[in-house]
Design a binder for this molecule. Sequence first.
Ligand code: AHR
Length: 649
Amino acid sequence: MKRLILTIAVACIGALQVDAQTKLTLQADKAEREVSPTFYGLMTEEINFSYEGGLYSQLLRDPTMQELGGGQGGQRRGGQGSRPRYWTLSDSTAGNVRVVGTGGINFNLKKYLSIELNRQASIVNPGFWGIAVRPSTTYQGDAWLKGNGRVTVGLQSADGSVTYTSQDFNINSNDWKNYKFTFDTASDMQPNINTRFFITFHDAGSYALSYPTLFPKSAKTYSVKSDWFRTDIMDLLRAMKPTFLRFPGGNYLEGNRFSERFDWKRTIGPLTSRPGHRSPWGYWSTDGMGLLEFLCWAEECGAEPILGVFAGYVLGGDYVEGEALEPFIKDALDEIEYVTGGTDTKWGARRAQDGHPAPFKLTYVEIGNEDFFDRSGSYSHRFMQFYDAIKARYPHLQIISTQDERALRGNAENPQAVKVDVIDEHYYRNAEAMFRAANQYDSYDRNGPKIFCGEWATREGDPTTNMNAALGDAAWMTCMERNSDIVVAHCYAPLFVNVNEGGMQWKSDLIGYNALTSFGSPSYHAQCMFAQNLGNKVVPMQATGVPTVAMGRGEPVPQLYYNTTIDTATGRLYLKVVNIGASAQEVNIVVEGVKVKGKATVTTLKSARPEDTNSIDNPRNIVPATGSVKASNNFKMQLPAYSITVVAM
Ligand code: AHR
């Protein structure tokens, strides 16, 4: 007998208008549409302190001395004198610190901290809203220093009264010299983030400091870069079962100006060869998360990259095309070679030198990001220049356009007809708009380009989403899944937010954290439930007696949203239904074409109110619960109010 797994996701809002018997019929033997093998994935960029103060494990804030000016508030551009914002003296009467802009350790890192002391004193750094000091943990770091005398580095309480761990060494050079350090914490201490990093200089004198680092040693090693990623956040990502990682943006790919784009060649190699750049989201990126780190992140999650290449347009509106675009096209070809080339190629050999000899699998390359904002009309030219060059060398790659094909197709001014493999569509909506869009792809042209839904979110909840957003997301995901023959991939954005005040630039994010802990929003759990229960073909469904829910000023919307997939190798069925009603709904489930028998596993995400949410202080307020139901070819289920339920049978 065929073993079936039936997965039902249900979400519920508002008053019911109809209460006829609600029936969902699954035509399990009529599954034809293929589910894309790269369907559920991740999108990332440096926003909301995603890497600096997020996934990237470097614990020290502003190690390259870019942020100037004291006080709290936002991150201002450099130029407010020379007073460092995050590197201060523990006792301001003990001397003076300032950022100097010439004479750094190399051409990439011109800035450094000059320290003049009239007696023993410490330089301190607060990390990103604290530094996670955990028991039984090894911390490794290094610093470039000039000067002579005894030095102590370590971690202590924010007021300096308790030192948790430290190491002493002597420095002995008037030129730049690199010093490495390692220290451990005791097993009986409590995890703490009310902390700071310190470097104590025991003697009066002149000193200089450049590019200090501090990383906790990771307990888990999945790739050559595991120590660079925060373990708790990486665990949350792996649970999402992503098949791809779209990077490096988003706006972060483009930057506000050419000098602030993601210039991948300046993000590889040792940290001291990465000058860093300002992100369009208002703060400095050291590029510690560079191209190889993104690739290893994807590898750690069992995902492949979806590589966004800079396409000659920046957010400020400046752009280049024609001959002036050629250097950027060469950069993109070199980048693809770095990702996929053998070690007998120039950039493949460079990747091996950087620590990863094996090439990465690559299927999709995206040209730019949201180029529909380019009012110059240059994208069709720029796109074609990239398309032709990439296809000539890598004919198997699928090229993603960020503009709708219709805008790229020939017109009087641009008679060239553009062939697009995939179009990247972005949707940021409220829950009501998601419910109303839940049939959007049903009518898409099956002969046109494929769709990559490269950014989408139900934007309700702040900083992370609430249950209502999860209901909108779930409804939208049933639509994309049902149409996963043309929606070849999709990913939520933004993925991360540091929940501290000043950490968020874009609200309604998927995963929140501070320096110590992280949590998934209800939207995060909905995505895990959907991604963990997916077949390889879409099962046609019919629904009768689905009640409607009054909403906004428009027509009422259906109370239920649903989709089913089947794993044709195992015969397992995965049914997902979304119920947005304010009260529980009974559903009659009829499965045709295959035999269904036995216990089904039921996983439910629900809350009493749609505005309920998770937070750093209450991270597990809304999490999936698992139970079971007796399944057959015709059985009934009770779907809770405001819920997303997964049933596997
Ligand atoms: O996800 C936030 C931003 O939204 C992205 O950087 C950009 O691509 C979109 O406008």
